[in-house]
Design a protein around this ligand. Structure first.
Ligand SMILES: Cc1cc2nc3c(=O)[nH]c(=O)nc-3n(C[C@H](O)[C@H](O)[C@H](O)COP(=O)(O)O)c2cc1C
Length: 259
């Protein structure tokens, strides 16, 4: 398969509205080779039907480095994470790990990620295509509530993968990206269905969608580890902390939460 000849599988059901799958470029390094990689993945994603995507470049975010976690939340980034159905992370390998700045930004959100799909594209100058960083990233993604797919894309010796104009030299990457995106889209579609249609047990009283007024589906609870517990009424003694319920709207897809 080459770019441009993607065909949706015959039995794939078209979603009621496009899946929103942003690509996060996980480094701000000058001369970063992760940028042409992100552009290729973005281009392949953009040509698919029923997908809305964009590049989220860490270098363009108003990054705060005087605090950590949700205290550093940027409203624009949070809104995009909340709206997303899946994420593509372009993750360079730095000293056998992932980019610290990528983790710093991911840590700024929490409930926004729950029950969303994520796929990782590893990038390295060496021969392992960022796989060491990807393996280290997986438990982090799990803690954030993301569901990692079992396909990666690995750009090894990336300095040779593009020509001077930034065009991809090795076309063999395209079917690999295609397979990766097939899996990611399937997971995103399935998880969206789950968030909107499959209720968790022990649902509290129904929540109304703040956007369209429909009854929302309660799909998850998350115990918040680092919040002010001044409001004792929001502490669940059985779960040992402040619990946030996550709800998705089956009518318009909006997400909302309450404690
Ligand atoms: C601090 C630092 C550490 C790095 N460590 C590794 C490494 O452990 N293995 C490797 O293959 N490449 C390593 N590289 C090279 C990057 O993987 C290479 O620059 C690649 O293009 C991805 O990063 P980039 O998007 O910043 O260019 C390192 C680069 C930097 C800046």
């Amino acid at each position: 398969m080459t770019s441009g000849d993607y065909e949706a599988p015959a039995r794939m059901v078209a979603p009621a509205r496009a899946l929103y799958v942003p690509v996060i470029l996980g480094t701000v390094r000058r001369g970063r080779m992760s940028l042409p990689v992100a552009r290729v993945v973005l281009a392949e994603l953009s040509r698919r039907p029923d997908i809305e995507t964009e590049l989220i470049d860490l270098a363009q975010l108003p990054l705060r480095v005087d605090d950590a976690g949700e205290a550093t939340k940027d409203a624009g980034f949070s809104e995009k994470m909340s709206r997303s159905d899946a994420l593509v992370l372009v993750s360079p390998e730095y000293n056998h790990g992932y980019s610290g700045l990528l983790k710093h930004v991911l840590d700024s959100c929490l409930k926004e990620y729950v029950h969303k799909a994520v796929g990782v594209v590893g990038v390295s100058a060496g021969p392992f295509g960022g796989s060491r960083g990807i393996e280290d990233l997986l438990p982090v993604l799990r803690e954030l509530g993301l569901a990692a797919i079992f396909w990666d894309v690995n750009f090894s010796t990336v300095q040779n993968a593009f020509d001077e104009s930034g065009a991809l030299r090795d076309q063999a990457y395209l079917p690999r990206i295609g397979k990766f995106l097939d899996e990611l889209v399937w997971m995103a579609t399935t998880l969206r269905h789950g968030r909107e249609q499959v209720a968790m047990p022990q649902a509290e009283s129904p929540m109304r969608c703040p956007k369209c007024g429909a009854e929302m589906n309660h799909h998850a609870k998350k115990v918040l580890q680092a919040v002010d517990v001044a409001d004792r009424s929001s502490v669940d003694p059985a779960l040992g902390g402040v619990v946030e319920e996550l709800h998705s709207c089956p009518a318009c897809g909006a997400n909302a939460s309450r404690r």
